[in-house]
Design a protein around this ligand. Sequence first.
Ligand SMILES: Nc1ncnc2c1ncn2[C@@H]1O[C@H](COP(=O)(O)OP(=O)(O)OP(=O)(O)O)[C@@H](O)[C@H]1O
Ligand SMILES: [Mg+2]
Length: 670
Amino acid sequence: MSIADMNPPQRAAVRYLDGPLLVLAGAGSGKTRVITQKIAYLVREGGMSARNIAAITFTNKAAREMLERVGKLLPADASRGLTVSTFHSLGLQILRQEAPRVGYKPQFSILDSADAAKIISDLLATTSKDEIRRVQSQISRWKNDLLAPESALVGAGNEFERIAARIYLNYQDTLLAYQAMDFDDLIRLPVRLFETDREALEKWQAKLRYLLIDEYQDTNTCQYLLVKLLAGVRGMFTAVGDDDQSIYAWRGANVENLAQLPRDYPRLHVIKLEQNYRSTARILRAANSVISNNPKLFEKQLWSELGLGEPLRAVQCRDDDGEAHMVAQRLLAHKFEHRTDFRDYAVLYRGNHQARLIEQVFREHKIPYAISGGQSFYDRAEIKDVLGYLRLIANPDDDPAFIRAVTTPKRGIGNTTLEKLGAYAGERHVSLFTAAREHGLQGRIQPAQLEPLQQFCDYIERMGFRAVREPAGPLIRELLTAIRYEQWLYDSEEPRPAESKWKNVQELCGWLERKGEADGKNLVELTQTIALITLLEGREGEEAPDAVRLSTLHASKGLEYPHVYLIGCEEGILPHQESIDTGMVEEERRLMYVGITRAQRTLTLSHCVKRKRAGEWVFCEPSRFIGEINGDDIRFFGKPGQPQQVTRDEGKARLANLREMLASKRKPAE
Ligand SMILES: Nc1ncnc2c1ncn2[C@@H]1O[C@H](COP(=O)(O)OP(=O)(O)OP(=O)(O)O)[C@@H](O)[C@H]1O
Ligand SMILES: [Mg+2]
């Protein structure tokens, strides 16, 4: 695929280098492809070095895919030094070099959202999850709007905001004391740096001379400013986006940023793409008709040459269990009939919990699947244990990591000792690690308790010294042996969970080893990289090569699948109840639009008559979005009187049949 295979507006977008460019277009029109092609074009025809180009994507997965695609367009040495990353990893790349300028040491820690919640919970002196979540997202909003705690306090309009602002103030102090940043800081701090330090800004402007930004509609204020600062007055960037796919307002994304661009850059050139290369005309028409119920920010038309295609299907299921069986059954039947692969299918849903039943039924029927956007691999207790050690080795001031490591496995350091240590550290305004090293502690803690504490600190210090010199793989294996982690798992768990946990730890070690070798990164750098993976996509790494994709709608952005099942199309789920209550269904409609436009050839929407919630049956209404699809383009199944609805037992029997047929197909001819 080369630039010659692109349509005229796509080609114009690739070639346009006279100033800032916005490509504004609907789903599947080749926006992401314009970015990939443009990177190759900049190097090949624009005489630019890859190390002066940065492409920003929304997820790590998207970044990897883009890098792969560019790899096919450019020889390896021509793409060396190219930055393809998320906003957060770009921020991390900047901060690794500039940390001292913003008051951090280079080995700062990155806290995930759970660690941050723990700090807020301590400061608030509450365990109410709801309260913690509210304060945490308020702080995050302030950070993304670049509001300092002092200004937040002054501007607080009610009691809740006053409390949150005071917590924000203490929270920032705590982070600095731990030498830790949260996810928001990774973008906020570079912006603050560039706003105040001309020299640093000019250095990075000289390095990143051309910027390309995908999914621009989902940038927040902070991200917008980072681009603006880096692009400077020259405005050498290409941003691509679709206002109808803005689905991250709840995380502070601001679709107004699209409208703001022409005001900030009067020279901004806008290109629209109107041909969709992904979906059949029917799927596209359904998407267009659903989204036409939202007020328009920009006028867009989409058409496709891929033929009319099959009508969409809306399937009514008896309950959520029936829904999961319906998906499994139809999927297997379809696969059998069309000789497709499992990877050609995706099951999409509004909330993570909806995956549980699907997983269960898929396992029952041996349908291989891969989950994205679910509980992260890196959120598992065993992985967080190991990462606790790595974080502490990298940055001994990281108190949350200190607590985790010093107590897992238990090493004769009791809670009373830790409380005394904590109190002493508090008085001295130093980290737990530093406190443990101070002479003053000797009067407070008995020698018998002090001894293991100091041994622990000695060990961490020695490892810290080696972590920046020795390869990561062998070092982490040595660490696991030294702390007898495997033994501890088997001592504290049943054999089966222990075994699976140990496997996960091994997987982490393998990943660190490979990544360390491939990227030439040491343990400290790898630890910072891992922290970022948890941000959006959950588990990553090697997956079954041929598997059905299970994904939340949010995590499916930018991707495409030949056959899509969108489950739980019900009032209260999609649109979500909260959005109905607050009269904000527009964002949910965009989410529906994103879901529909992931499908290339067929799309099945399902909803249940009733489902169990908190042990009670509740009756469900089909989603209003199904009703917004033009009747000619959709067929209904499972309505009373129609024979297509299958009971669970029938479904099971049919499945068993199909599986047999499939299995016999796979057998070599005798
Ligand atoms: N000119 C073209 N000729 C043939 N195929 C194309 C062309 N442009 C894009 N495609 C294909 O169309 C599909 C959609 O492209 P792409 O993912 O770039 O769209 P997008 O606008 O980024 O979509 P989304 O809004 O969902 O992110 C891809 O499979 C891509 O390879
Ligand atoms: Mg895209």
